[in-house]
Design a protein. Structure first.
Length: 311
């Protein structure tokens, strides 16, 4: 059990590292002239195509999924697809570090969705959420910069939608491998973001735009999703979300190096508090909670049962 727990922690932290690079690559692509809708459409569709080709050529067994599980992946992908559109539109109005700080409030929303799904949280999880909240408030304390209200609201909406897709996929991951969930979730996301780009943007990037930020974003999108769902499968959505806050530290670090964005001393205090919240995961119960009731929001996402008269 402890070995599986450690595997889940490593996967969740790996996902955080990749996700922490997302706003940096995304902001670079936008700065180079890509529109927000173009960025989200290209990175999602290319990531979905890449994992589809790998599974079709080498791991065809991962194509199988029970029908209700497929519906869950499609629902999660549609929700996260709309959230991704909000994220990149907000990123166009905010700096990469500030945008990721606001986005890092998603564990709050995860806690709400999980409780509505009938899952309980440990007292330590509540303490870590509170500590992370204070840390994020300190990290977003930038008195010399006026807050972009629209960008802030869009980023909070993106965080809420991202948080909502985690417990949905957690249900599916009880019975389905992480690569399968990654494939169908990314395909469903592409079904949202690509039509949005074709309908509301349709401006093809010019030939002189550098594509390496988009390619980098595609790679970290694919790897982060695989690691994210592997972490959820082994340690649950709440612990994966809390460990995912490490992506904020990664985003701050690379924003400082590549985008020359700096933090104030009070923000560094928030970074320390966030690090403490992450380290406390070692004291959490290594066994993720699997809801057995049928009253949760997502209780319909379960494999078909065996008939009682089955010999």
């Amino acid at each position: 059990m402890q070995k599986v727990h450690n595997k889940g922690i490593f996967a969740a932290l790996s996902s955080a590292v990749f996700l922490g690079l997302t706003p940096v690559f995304g902001k670079l692509a936008i700065n180079f002239g890509f529109s927000p809708l173009a960025v989200v459409a290209f990175r999602t569709s290319m990531a979905a195509f890449l994992i589809l080709m790998v599974i079709v050529l080498f791991y065809r067994s991962y194509l199988y999924i029970f029908p209700v599980g497929l519906m869950g992946c499609v629902l999660a992908g549609l929700i996260n697809g709309f959230g991704s559109i909000l994220y990149y539109i907000a990123l166009n109005r905010l700096s990469a570090s500030v945008g990721q700080m606001l986005y890092s409030l998603y564990p709050f929303f995860v806690a709400i969705w999980l409780m509505l799904d009938g899952q309980s949280l440990s007292p330590l999880s509540f303490f870590r959420i509170g500590l992370a909240t204070i840390a994020v408030l300190l990290l977003t304390a930038i008195p010399s910069h006026g807050a972009d209200l629209i960008g802030t609201l869009l980023m909070l909406g993106a965080a809420a939608l991202y948080a909502l897709h985690l417990p949905i996929n957690q249900r599916v991951l009880y019975e389905v491998p992480a690569p399968t969930v990654t494939l169908y979730t990314l395909l469903a996301m592409s079904a949202v973001v690509v039509p949005a780009y074709l309908l509301f943007d349709r401006q093809w990037p010019s030939a002189n735009m550098p594509w390496w930020p988009v390619f980098g974003l595609t790679l970290v999108t694919l790897l982060s999703r695989l690691a994210l769902f592997l972490g959820i499968k082994h340690i649950g959505g709440m612990q994966t979300a809390l460990l995912g806050l490490a992506e904020l530290l990664i985003a701050i670090f690379f924003s400082h190096i590549w985008l020359h964005e700096n933090l104030l001393w009070i923000q560094w205090l928030g970074a320390i508090g966030l690090g403490i919240s992450l380290l406390l995961v070692k004291f959490e119960n290594p066994r993720p909670h699997y809801p057995s009731g049928k009253n949760g929001w997502f209780s319909w996402i379960r494999p078909p049962g065996i008939p009682q008269d089955f010999p």
